[in-house]
Design a protein around this ligand. Structure first.
Ligand code: GTP
Ligand code: MG
Length: 137
């Protein structure tokens, strides 16, 4: 068993898909260890996506991620990081497999409904970025 970190991004919330996405996550066998409805500050979004700072879409990404509330969560399942990335599908919904969260609910490559950590190490870092030990169950 291990953990991953996710955010339901502003487009998913705005479009009314939060419940459906959480239902898919639980239906796929993930347990919710922590959950929070919040909004990223510009500083938090910049830090969270620091690895993309040199990419041409960085400014747009930060603007989008701070444009409205998100839902942040820590999820637990065997093989959590890889299985969650399979469940969300490719970054660009046009390339995402049938039945994936992004295929069903993402608008575009930029506004793609959901985040999933890309390694166990980053899952740990990202989870701690959003939650204190007392908020994880
Ligand atoms: P995350 O789970 O959010 O990290 O997505 P990912 O791992 O599938 O993609 P990646 O880490 O490469 O990119 C991070 C985020 O930047 C993506 O989820 C998109 O929201 C955004 N992004 C990536 N590529 C583009 C792009 O070409 N244009 C725009 N506008 N946004 C992009
Ligand atoms: Mg990524």
């Amino acid at each position: 068993t291990n953990r991953t970190f996710t955010m339901l991004k502003p487009d998913a919330i705005e479009n009314g898909y939060a419940g459906k996405i959480i239902d898919m996550i639980i239906g796929a066998g993930f347990k919710i260890k922590a959950l929070k409805y919040t909004r990223l500050t510009e500083e938090q979004a910049k830090k969270f996506y620091e690895v993309h700072a040199e990419r041409p879409f960085y400014g747009e990404l930060v603007e989008y991620m701070t444009s409205g509330p998100i839902i942040a969560a820590i999820l637990e399942k065997e093989n959590a990081v890889a299985d969650f990335r399979t469940l969300i599908g490719a970054t660009d919904p046009a390339e995402a497999a049938e039945g994936t969260i992004r295929k069903n609910y993402a608008e575009s490559k930029g506004r793609n409904a959901v985040h999933g950590s890309d390694s166990d190490e980053n899952a740990e870092i990202e989870g701690k970025f959003h939650f204190t030990a007392a908020e994880i169950f």
